[in-house]
Design a protein around this ligand. Structure first.
Ligand SMILES: Nc1nc2c(c(=O)[nH]1)N=C([C@H](O)[C@H](O)COP(=O)(O)OP(=O)(O)OP(=O)(O)O)CN2
Ligand SMILES: [Zn+2]
Length: 128
């Protein structure tokens, strides 16, 4: 299997409501988000690509237009935009664009990372 990744950056604010007032993340705050999308395929195209990195620019356009310098609670219509939920949101967008999408990772800080990767269902008959 071949795997490629590409990284995207944006800045946005959010607030994790429901955590309790003493939790720092319940306050309005922001992050310099790092998003990494992962695509995989058993086969390469005639050029030798899983997919041209250049094509992934449309994710940059989506991020710039809808997430960058915005309040994520408003954009996603969610009062608790965790990194996990943002990873799922971006995974769903990427999967429609590129069926080879395997996972999306979101970093809010250099020390944290949340990933959305669907479980692969293996039928009982195929498990032997
Ligand atoms: N599982 C998750 N936990 C937390 C999330 C999240 O999205 N998923 N988000 C937050 C906050 O929004 C923010 O990311 C702060 O995280 P934290 O690790 O507390 O960041 P700090 O820089 O303050 O960490 P220090 O350990 O103090 O350096 C919280 N949890
Ligand atoms: Zn945060």
């Amino acid at each position: 299997m071949y795997k490629i990744t590409k990284e995207f950056h944006f800045s946005a604010s959010h607030q994790l409501l429901g955590l309790g007032e003493d939790h720092p993340c319940s306050r309005f705050h922001g992050h310099n988000y790092v998003v990494e999308v992962e695509l995989a395929s058993d086969e390469l195209n005639t050029i030798g690509f899983v997919r041209d990195y250049n094509e992934l620019k449309s994710l940059k356009a989506y991020i710039d237009d809808t997430l960058d310098h915005r309040h994520l609670n408003d954009v996603l219509g969610d009062d608790c935009v965790t990194a996990e939920r943002l990873a799922k949101h971006l995974f769903d967008w990427c999967k429609v664009e590129w069926p080879e999408t395997m996972a999306v990772r979101v970093r809010e800080t250099p020390k944290t990372c949340a990933e959305y990767r669907p479980l692969v269902y293996v039928p009982v008959e195929a498990r032997r």
